[in-house]
Design a protein around this ligand. Sequence first.
Ligand SMILES: [Ca+2]
Ligand SMILES: [Ca+2]
Length: 407
Amino acid sequence: MLKKRPVLAGAVALAMGLTFLSGCGGDTVPTGDNGDTSGSTGSTTTMANAVSEIPGVAKTYQLAAKVNGTAVKTMVLQEPSFDEQSGGSLGLSGPFFLTGSGTIPEGLSSTICQAFQGGNEKEILSSMMDDTEITREEFFRRVGDTWLEEAGWSAQDSVPQLLAVCVDGDNDGVEDIACEIFSEGSAGFSSFHFFKGMGEGTYSHTHVFDSILEEFGFLSYEEKHYLCRTNFDYDTKLIDGVDIFLYTDGVLADAIGIRNQIVEYQKETVWLEDQTPAPQLEDLMGGIRFDQLPAELSRQEWKPIGTAERRMGEEQIFCADLDADGREEQYSKEMQYSSNLRTVMAGVVLSQDGSISVLDSIRQTIEESAGGDPGIFYTFWADKNGEDTVIFCYYARGFDYTLYLLL
Ligand SMILES: [Ca+2]
Ligand SMILES: [Ca+2]
């Protein structure tokens, strides 16, 4: 919808589909923690060839039911997301730097809130866009070199990827230039620069703030321009809203964040393939207290523990007899958080004793039922159901989730 560089395109499509990793089955397969991973990134190489080498899978799980949780969202106003990670080294790190010499009108905020609420934000924001993209050559021809040293670059050639637009961004009747410069690191650090038009074709570098690479554009609302930047959640890479900025006299006067907030999940339970829902299973499903699991998992070391599982000492190792062969399997549950533009938060289960191939069978069962793409694996747990063990697997798709129950 807004100005978008190729580097962002497909970021979500490249989201990791990490599922279960059977870490140490067989003599050629290293564990995720202490094995030689032969230069790979550790755990992600070990999934495929661990399965068939482990004898004695006593139980094959069948998918019995799934709970589809659909996020019910509302839009809220909050402070915009100035980059926390790079600390505002280029000058601005918080809204307290806003001059206050102007205010973003409530009508604009509510227009955008309503657009997100109605799911047509792309159309609305696109229709409000009112800037003109210029080439790198045109950008440097206009803004010159005098600002480079202060901004940390020695010459035009040393300035990495940039995307520049011209627009009267501070609404004084003179055209300005705004530019996002991408540091080219995998984390997506970038900076956003404002060059105030001083008349007679000259520009002054009046403002900069640090950010993560996002889409942006200047919106026109009641004959004034406002900078709009998308804001994605770094862990999930889901665009959860936009930031709106008002420039006055070449610097930031006001800013506001407009964010998706999940109010609740609408839950629908689907029993599969002639499963007669036994009362105790209904109880297990009905007792699910994991609506807020995505939020719980985000940036927290919280792990669900089912009634069939126990934690081994103080370790982050769990054990349960998952395949009902009388011997407990040992495994770790981890969330892997994103540290770059290309990946998303996902769960990983690693075997700690080489005997967890039942989890591969579970993964295959779920993938088949979902037509190959169940979404992103977050976590699993095992509950007791009489003599049996019931497995719950939690997958995310966008803001929604599906919880699979296997018997
Ligand atoms: Ca201007
Ligand atoms: Ca077992």
